[in-house]
Design a protein around this ligand. Structure first.
Ligand code: HEC
Length: 624
């Protein structure tokens, strides 16, 4: 007999009317029976994310089973692997929801927090064959039976793996009150995580108006101009794209349409905005020889089967697509070429999807990193929606930076290669993704190499901390268990951060080298180490806050793992007048971005009004 036929057979007519009501209730409450918030797993560090959860479990009181042992059980007995959890959830939904949920008692007990009430051994025995355990005279089982007056059916057709998966899923379901208790155990929330204010420097950054990008909407943001890329060649060329679909080549002060994603990909959708649209682009280091060019863009959910997907029960908001284009004539002033899809990723939300794609410009021909494409992928809002098992794992693509060989074929879909030098490519674990370079980002917005070869990955935070990280193969940057150098209660409300736990070092997270809190700004706008001709700016990493448009710098020499570089703010002058981006754009949200163009000139531009500014000087402020 198949398992899903068991329930109807076992349910006697005596309980049927009640069951119908119950099933109705379950359907209504179905929307809230979601996988709970659990830690992802990192092979180096199995418990990497379990700080809050371990505390939770130690604190859960046994309200309805007071006779049971109140000692915390071995919580590491439960798998935190997302495939196990998803499998467990599927089994649970088809075999158990008729009698159990995680909100209240049903025909059987409320199972929220059950992994804290019972030992893993007892639970696996009981789930597999409850009647046998009850008949054996087991004290807990008999007591439950007396209370519920109804015997749970046996599930002897389950394999031990099935039972393990169900328990892994049950373990993600903690009572809401436990989360509050857990918060209390985290210590006081830090209302001002970084009390030191960013000081105004003596330096005045001088900007001259350059151009205004064509408006692609009549509503703010007028032009979603995003990243500026220099294509080196006999004559260097500069490009900038608008997320609404156009890639421009900058001919002096003229923005000429080079490529239009709307025309190239009928499935392209730039809406609803934020980070969706024509996300990023990169020229192959041998572009003029092989004509290869890469883009990312968004399409509607279910446009095509995704290479990276999750359980059907979790909604897909949209898909991100990475395309390789082959241009027969790379010198042509306007793009023409054939596209080939390399990979497609489902996203739970429209926010922070696939971010920068880029090649390391320092990887020279012959080096193993030459021609490898880096891809920043945000968590897609998974952590905020309590699907944190999708992030912070080297087994999923969300919240990672990937590194692929676009010319190879040994990936699962055969459309690209997995470089042998990747940290998890040769770990003999079939579940880890060889594509993963580093994990634990919320929104790895920009990836860039400083002139001294440091890989810098910016990460836009949720409600507290903005950060810049030094990229290291195999490292875990902590999201959603960490935001900056702080602990985040990702299982509960994520609006506060807490001091790191005393045993933090065992989690082996890599922390930012620059961070600021939301008292200073709201979203890290990644910048560049200045390499142009203005002496006072040399070797400064210049960046800002996307929202307020404040412009900051740190000394590149102070970007070192293990420390946070002190930030200073520029005074900014616009065409000779000291002002702010908020005043210039007439908007509280300036949507500030940074780019480097010809002659290593630094550009600052704001999506709000589409204006682009060129840095033309820097003065010690006292002189003006
Ligand atoms: C037909 C109703 C029914 C179904 C279906 C059912 N259970 Fe139960 N379950 C019960 C009842 C009733 C109890 C209380 C013990 C008893 O009387 O057998 C129970 C008890 C339990 C307990 C112990 C709870 C505690 O507080 O210690 C666990 C765990 C459990 N069930 C898990 C499951 C899982 C997992 C499934 C699906 C694979 C499942 N049950 C399917 C009715 C059911």
């Amino acid at each position: 007999m198949r398992l899903n036929q068991l329930i109807p057979t076992l349910i006697s007519t005596r309980i049927l009317p009640f069951l119908k009501i119950k099933i109705g209730l379950l359907l209504i409450s179905g929307a809230i029976v979601l996988p709970g918030c659990i830690g992802g797993k990192n092979t180096n560090n199995q418990q990497a994310d379990n700080t809050p959860q371990t505390n939770t479990n130690a604190q859960v009181s046994t309200t309805n089973n007071s006779s049971k042992p109140s000692i915390p059980f071995n919580q590491s007995a439960y798998s935190t692997d997302e495939h196990d959890i998803i499998h467990g959830k599927e089994l649970f939904q088809s075999n158990c929801t008729a009698c159990h949920n995680f909100e209240q008692k049903g025909i059987g007990p409320n199972l929220a927090g059950v992994t804290s009430r019972d030992s893993p051994e007892w639970l696996s025995k009981f789930v597999r064959n409850a009647p046998e355990v009850i008949k054996s005279g087991d004290v807990n089982a008999v007591k439950l039976y007396e209370e519920y007056k109804q015997m749970m059916p046996p599930f002897t057709a389950f394999t031990p793996e099935d039972v393990q998966s169900i328990l892994a899923y049950l373990h993600t379901q903690q009572p809401a009150s436990a989360v509050d208790e857990n918060t209390a155990k985290l210590g006081p929330p830090l209302l001002d995580p970084i009390p030191t204010k960013i000081p105004k420097s003596e330096l005045l950054l001088s900007l001259e108006s350059f151009i205004t990008a064509p408006a692609t909407s009549d509503k703010i943001p007028l032009a979603r101009i995003n990243s500026m890329v220099v294509l080196p060649g006999k004559k260097n060329r500069v490009f900038v794209q608008d997320l609404r679909g156009k890639l421009y080549e900058m001919d002096g002060k003229n923005l000429r349409v080079y490529m239009d994603m709307v025309k190239e990909r009928p499935g392209f959708i730039p809406t609803p905005g934020l980070a969706t649209g024509f996300g990023s682009y990169a020229f192959h280091p041998e572009f003029y020889k092989n004509g290869l060019f890469y883009t990312t863009h968004t399409e509607k959910a279910n446009t095509a089967p995704a290479d990276f997907a999750y359980a059907d029960s979790i909604k897909v908001a949209l898909q991100w697509v990475l395309t390789e284009w082959k241009l027969p004539n790379p010198n042509a002033p306007v793009f023409a070429g054939q596209g080939r899809e390399l990979l497609r990723v489902n996203m739970v939300n429209q926010i922070h999807g696939v971010q920068e794609i880029t090649f390391n410009p320092f990887a020279k021909p012959g080096s193993p990193e030459y021609g490898l494409l880096y891809i920043g992928i945000g968590d897609g809002g998974a952590a905020e929606q309590k699907y944190s098992f999708l992030c912070n794992s080297n087994k999923t693509v969300w919240s990672t930076v990937l590194r692929i060989d676009p010319k190879g074929t040994n990936s699962k879909n055969g459309h690209y290669g997995i470089p042998a030098i990747n940290p998890f490519a040769q770990d003999n674990d079939p579940e880890t993704l060889g594509e993963v370079f580093a994990t634990g980002f919320r929104n790895p917005n920009r990836i860039y190499w400083s002139p001294d070869g440091k890989m810098l990955i910016s990460d836009i935070g949720l409600t507290n901390i903005e950060e810049l990280n030094i990229g290291k193969a195999g490292a875990n940057y902590g999201w959603p268990a960490r935001e900056g150098t702080f602990l985040l209660n990702y299982q509960g409300k994520m609006d506060k951060v807490y001091a790191l736990p005393a045993d933090d070092s065992k989690y082996n997270y890599t922390y930012p080298v620059v961070q600021f809190d939301h008292g200073e700004g709201n979203a890290f706008s990644a910048g560049f180490v200045y390499t142009g001709n203005i002496p006072l700016l040399k070797n400064k990493y210049i960046f800002g806050d996307i929202v307020s448009g404040r412009v900051f710098f740190v000394d590149n020499n102070q970007l070192k793992l293990g420390q946070q570089a002190p930030i200073q703010e520029f005074i900014v002058q616009f065409d000779g007048t000291v002002s702010t981006f908020q005043a210039i754009t007439g908007n509280k949200k300036t949507d500030l971005r940074f780019g480097v163009g010809l002659h290593n000139d630094l550009y600052l531009y704001t999506k709000t009004d589409g204006k682009m500014w060129r840095v033309n000087g820097c003065l010690p402020n006292k002189k003006i």
